[in-house]
Write a protein that binds this ligand. Structure first.
Ligand SMILES: O=C(O)c1ccccc1NCC(=O)[C@H](O)[C@H](O)COP(=O)(O)O
Length: 212
């Protein structure tokens, strides 16, 4: 799947950060609905932030082994569901909405097999693995572990920032990149300058790829 690298900014908690992310040109915004995160939103806050997102920007809700009721109530404010726990394919399909599966790159993970198991996913988000931490680790993983020819579009995540995203794009050529900690001043507090710098770095990397 070619074309420019899409960008998802994740873990937004403030209206000003939603507005800044949209102004910077993000393609998708991630809202964490897992209560164990410092970036977690309640349903009311999700509704408030979701209403600020214009057309053509995808609203992604992040869940970790959620109660089906939470997913159902949240889904009206979302365009895409991201499941970041041990959800089965049936769990992911249950809400009847488009979804992506996050896979943490633990040793021995067979990505080709996972792409078959989660065949209904719109993409696979590949993230760093730290035991006991479902996401938002701020850590990278060995990008060379991602095999060519996966049957699903790849969203690369884990420890990305304006400083390393060009290297990540050159190494993986993902369909999209995802970042949370690398655009923050503090957990859940996004930095507009870091968001803009991240997007500039992605555009430069794409220009280098397409001009090669
Ligand atoms: O961001 C979180 O706090 C979080 C908590 C629990 C599950 C998922 C979470 N984030 C999901 C994401 O898609 C993050 O953007 C991804 O893990 C990358 O985070 P980072 O390494 O900080 O860029």
């Amino acid at each position: 799947m070619s074309g420019r690298t899409r960008v998802k900014f994740c873990g937004l908690t403030r209206p000003e950060d939603v507005d800044a992310a949209v102004a910077a040109g993000a393609d998708a915004l991630g809202f964490v609905l897992w209560p164990g995160s410092k970036r977690a939103l309640d349903e009311q806050r999700l509704a408030e932030l979701s209403e600020r997102v214009p057309a053509f920007v995808t609203r992604v809700g992040l869940f970790v082994d959620p109660d089906p009721g939470l997913v159902a109530r949240s889904a009206e404010h979302l365009d895409l569901l991201q499941f970041h726990g041990d959800e089965s394919p049936a769990d992911c399909e249950a809400a009847g909405r488009p979804w992506i599966k996050a896979l943490r790159m633990r040793d021995g993970l067979d990505l080709h097999a996972a792409a078959e198991v989660y065949g209904g996913a719109r993409a696979l988000l590949l993230d760093a693995y730290r035991p006991g931490v479902p996401g938002g680790t701020g850590e990278t993983f060995d990008w060379s572990r991602i095999p060519a020819g996966l049957a699903k579009p790849v969203i690369l995540a884990g420890g990305l920032s304006a400083d390393n995203v060009a290297e990540a794009i050159a190494a993986v050529a993902p369909f999209a990149v995802d970042v949370s900690g690398g655009i923050e001043a503090a957990p859940g507090i996004k930095d507009a300058a870091r968001m803009a710098a991240f997007l500039r770095a992605v555009r430069r990397a794409d220009d280098a790829r397409f001009d090669a």
